[in-house]
Write a protein that binds this ligand. Structure first.
Ligand SMILES: Cc1cc2nc3c(=O)[nH]c(=O)nc-3n(C[C@H](O)[C@H](O)[C@H](O)COP(=O)(O)O)c2cc1C
Length: 461
């Protein structure tokens, strides 16, 4: 059974994988330093969990970059990185209802009056951001009739000492609940969870049919009921071990400036629904940590957003098309590209597979299909297959006028996009024999290089 306390997760991960946690003890600025550290580490190919113990102006430590490494996400689920999709699907399908907790560190401090949100630990991520942002804000709202909850991430910034500006641009289920509230002329009660167990965060990123409560998915991922307490005013069930929870209402009729913010596309976006959240209670642990999510097209932001979606898509594709041998969403394509390897059984199958994926995945713009011998985890191999197997007049399928991501800076103002399938599998009349190196020559080369060692390599030439 998973311990649901983030503090326990951090301690245990540090103990078991000390090389996978980088702790910065010197004082750093709350103005972009954590993001800059993550960017410079990524440039070196490093994706450790980052603990910043002394961020100027923050009265607590900051932990970020938790989802940047797929190996680490695999460890959270108890599997190697290659098995994340199957494990995620198996666990998330076992819906487990939450349980009211006997003990709740979150209730260490419950403030219902005199709220000043400026006392919350918040950092600025990019120079181009409007200001400091809460990037790990999971909003929970419950359906007014059924009580079924919904969880989703929404970038959030301070608007006044008691108000938060937030964006519902992905127009998911929170947006739908807000519309129901508006039709009834009521505000929508919500609880914003800032910091909780990483598997709770993963559940917050899941996209499920309307009416499936992501708190039950969190239970499935954790392998035990999510331990919850109810917020003091609206009784919304929130994790008992959360770091901070803000409770209040979104007023469907109030709009305030929000954005720009550095988004997953790698661009600073001010496409926002400009919603206003009035905060009425603040709950926090005595020893609260700021659990941050790196923004922009960081590995963390991309992994967190797409692991649940990838898992669903891989399962669907494999079920319907047994000829699919591998699927990969490359980071270079943010949320917009996918590569599929296929062992085609009949002509046209690759196109059918691409159309399936382009239809099912709400974010995708481009799918590239390649033969099974191409390694889809390597951009350069896929680009080589496109360069040498594809004839654009024959192998490009484009469909226009589909709903797209509001944050794609190249998409139309009305939110539609075109989508493209590139069939880079070899056609029946393909005329090429792949240049090969014999295995014994490769083995000899390995032996020579091993003898020459690092320094001697130059003398080989
Ligand atoms: C780190 C992160 C930040 C996100 N920020 C926003 C946001 O600011 N606004 C938004 O509408 N969606 C945002 N999303 C997307 C939704 O939270 C996400 O698609 C969620 O699964 C939608 O849930 P739903 O299907 O219950 O609507 C973000 C997702 C992640 C992982």
């Amino acid at each position: 059974m998973t311990n649901q306390d983030f503090h326990h997760f951090l301690r245990q991960h540090r103990d078991q994988h000390p090389d996978d946690v980088l702790t910065v003890r010197e004082e750093i600025s709350a103005d972009q330093d954590p993001t800059a550290l993550v960017w410079q580490l990524a440039a070196q190919g490093r994706h450790p969990m980052l603990v910043c113990e002394n961020v100027r102006g923050l009265a607590c430590p900051l932990v970020t970059n938790i989802f940047a490494s797929r190996e680490r996400v695999g460890r959270m689920l108890g599997v190697p990185a290659a098995q994340i999709h199957a494990e995620y699907q198996a666990r998330s399908r076992r819906l487990v209802a939450p349980r009211l907790a006997d003990k709740a560190p979150l209730l260490d401090s419950v403030q219902r009056g005199g709220i000043d949100l400026a006392t919350l630990p918040i950092i600025k991520h990019f120079a181009t951001d409007r200001g400091p942002y809460i990037t790990n804000a999971i909003l929970i709202a419950e359906h007014p009739d059924t009580g079924v909850g919904n969880m989703s991430f929404h970038r959030s910034t301070l608007h006044s000492p008691t108000e938060i500006a937030t964006s519902l641009h992905s127009r998911g289920h929170l947006w739908r609940l807000l519309q129901i509230a508006q039709e009834r002329g009521q505000p929508l009660p919500v609880a914003m969870v800032i910091g909780a167990h990483p598997l709770f965060m993963l559940a917050g990123a899941a996209r499920l049919p309307f009416g499936v409560d992501e708190r039950h998915v969190a239970g499935g991922l954790l392998g035990a009921p999510l331990e919850v307490v109810r917020t003091p005013k609206y009784g919304i069930a929130v994790p008992a071990y959360a770091e901070f929870v803000l409770e209040g209402v979104i007023d469907p009729d109030a709009h305030v400036p929000e954005g720009p913010f550095g988004e997953f596309s790698g661009y600073s976006s001010d496409r926002s629904t400009n919603n206003l959240l009035r905060v009425e209670s603040v709950l926090r642990r005595r020893d609260a940590i700021l659990v941050d999510v790196v923004g922009g097209n960081s590995a963390e932001h991309l992994n967190l957003g797409r692991i649940p979606r990838e898992s669903e898509m891989v399962e669907k594709l494999r079920e319907r098309f047994p000829s699919v041998t591998a699927v990969h969403y490359p980071s270079s394509g943010t949320h917009f590209h996918a590569y599929v390897a296929v062992k085609q059984m009949r002509p046209g199958e690759a196109r059918q597979i691409m159309l399936g994926l382009l239809g099912w995945d709400p974010y995708l713009k481009t799918v590239v299909a390649v033969d099974e011998d191409v390694d889809v985890t390597r951009d350069e191999e896929v680009l080589w297959a496109m360069a040498t197997h594809m004839q654009p007049h024959r192998d490009v399928v484009i469909i226009d006028g589909l709903p797209g991501s509001a944050l794609d800076p190249s998409a139309s103002g009305i939110g539609t996009t075109s989508r493209m399938g590139l069939d880079a599998t070899r056609a029946p009349d393909f005329d090429g024999v792949r240049a090969r190196i014999a295995p014994d020559a490769l083995a000899r080369a390995n032996a020579i290089l091993a003898r020459a060692g690092g320094k001697g390599a130059a003398s080989i030439a």
